[in-house]
Design a protein around this ligand. Structure first.
Ligand code: SAH
Ligand code: SF4
Length: 470
């Protein structure tokens, strides 16, 4: 086993010292400079952006959503599909306007997209508006990189290939006060043939249980009520640690922290979701009965070519087992339509599997070719239009099942966590059930951050509507 790489605490201390130096410099005129962080992609990126904001706050920056007010702009990118990359490039190109209007503005692009060499090169040559580029492996030394750009007045590119390390002690500035992301591991070892994540995020590495538990305790003490444990495949948690600990053990340990809060997690890879996990979810009163178990395809041949490590029969056995332990389980999935060479028959296998499982919600994607992945060189004879027809059929099925599942809540009373305001009059509060279903409510804004019992009065494909009961 590869030895787990850790960034030395002295290195992180040095970043803090740099933050103090930057703060002194950028606030020397008595004004507070502003930063904008723009995030694309998954929850892991949201969590990373909270660290970028943590560092920026330590460097003396306030925050804005307006690029014309920002002295530093950080665009945290995604590489999972081409669509996200196109959006990033379009938006980064448009920053020419704000930079012209605000000379001295610094533009930083970080995250998975730029960890791909061809994308870093593209930015270097075609996007002169960008001053700093750094990949996910360099996030822990963002202060040092920004300081270099500011003091040396030249562009900096930090995207060397890396297997990745674990850095503890980066400051975090969280977005909300109710729900929190908590990364438990980084990277991925699975190399699904369509996916770029293992190439840009490095090898799987787990945080130590004591570091995770310390952060979870701090979150509970700060009043957070909903903690989502994050990893590309949480079921691999602990495999790289010297002590024998797995993901189910970790859930049980977080569950033991006193307080009134919920535990969620994502994502679970079906190849190694275990009976122990389902048992633990059922036994831990704080753990939500919500499982995101991406199946990707219902065809055994496609699953094999995706290198997913399970077939549809194994997947269905897991779903049955999870539902046996948790009859109220809310189950969601990801599906890729139009994987290279996917035939009508193979697509129909996916439809059949979805009809059989009846997911509460499905996240569906049209296959996107990713540079350097094995699937990129597989023959792909079907047109985008043909794939779109399948995609639309799958979406229609997903929506009709969600609608039906939501309608079944009507008349029931469910416990929700009120997590925010909607800005609308009729239903001014948003909340989530234990299973993660969205419920719109009417009530006093002071209720945000509290649990309530709610009678469901109406429903749609996307949401439930209810009234708080006494
Ligand atoms: N680690 C998670 C997924 C991370 S990516 C897991 O394995 O479940 C999130 C989702 O994006 C994947 O589940 C997959 O459905 C989709 N995806 C990944 N690569 C893709 C590609 N090249 N084209 C289309 N969808 C993709
Ligand atoms: Fe990508 Fe597969 Fe890893 Fe998920 S498990 S991040 S889909 S390679």
């Amino acid at each position: 086993m590869r030895e787990r790489q850790v960034i030395a605490p002295e290195e992180l201390k040095r970043q803090e010292e740099i933050c103090a130096r930057v703060m002194e410099r950028v606030t020397a005129d008595g004004q507070r400079p502003l930063a904008m962080v723009d995030t694309y992609g998954c929850q892991q990126n949201e969590a990373d952006s909270e660290k970028l904001r943590g560092y920026l706050a330590l460097m003396g920056y306030g925050f804005t959503q307006d690029e014309f007010q920002a002295d530093v702009i950080v665009v945290n990118t995604c590489a999972v599909r081409e669509h996200a990359e196109m959006r990033v490039l379009g938006n980064v190109g448009a920053l020419n306007h704000s930079k012209k209007a605000r000379p001295g503005q610094l533009v930083c692009v970080c995250g998975c997209m730029v960890q791909q060499q061809h994308m870093a090169d593209k930015i270097k040559h075609s996007y002169p508006v960008v001053d700093l580029v750094f990949g996910p492996h360099e996030l822990w030394r963002f202060p040092e990189l920004l300081d270099r750009v500011q003091t040396k007045h030249r562009r900096v590119f930090a995207t060397a290939p890396s297997d990745g390390a674990v850095a503890e002690g980066i400051p975090v500035r969280r977005d909300g006060k109710v729900k929190a992301w908590l990364s438990i591991m980084y990277g991925c070892n699975n190399f699904c043939t369509y996916c770029v994540v293992p190439y840009v995020r490095g090898r799987e590495r787990s945080r130590l249980p004591e570091d995770i538990l310390r952060e979870a305790r701090e979150l509970v003490a700060a009043g957070y009520k909903d903690i989502t444990l994050l990893g590309q495949n949480v079921n691999s948690y602990g495999k790289d640690l010297p002590e024998p600990v797995d993901f189910a053990d970790l859930i049980a340990m977080v569950n033991d922290i006193p307080g009134d809060f919920r535990i969620r997690f994502m994502t679970s890879h079906p190849k190694d979701a275990s009976e122990k996990l389902f048992q633990t979810m059922a036994a831990c009163e704080k753990c939500c009965h919500q499982l995101h178990l991406p199946v990707q395809s219902g065809s055994d041949e496609i699953l094999k070519r995706m290198n997913r490590g399970y077939d549809s029969a194994k997947y269905l056995r897991q779903v049955a087992l999870a539902r046996q332990y948790m009859p109220d389980l809310v189950l969601t999935t990801d599906i890729i339509v139009g994987f290279p060479g996917e035939t009508e028959e193979q697509f129909n296998d996916t439809l059949r599997l979805c009809e059989q499982v009846r997911y509460d919600a499905m996240f569906t994607f049209i296959y996107s070719k990713r540079v350097g992945t094995p699937a990129a060189s597989m023959p792909d004879p079907y047109t985008r239009e043909e794939k779109q027809v399948h995609f639309d059929a799958l979406t229609a099925l997903a929506n009709s099942i969600s609608l039906e599942k939501h309608a079944a809540y009507e008349g029931q009373t469910v416990r929700v966590l009120i997590d925010g305001e909607t800005g609308r009059d009729e239903y001014n509060l948003s909340s989530r059930t234990d299973g993660g279903r969205l419920v719109h409510l009417k009530g006093d804004p002071s209720l945000v951050g509290t649990f309530a019992d709610v009678k469901i009065t109406a429903s749609s494909t996307w949401a439930l509507y209810g009234e708080i009961t006494e």
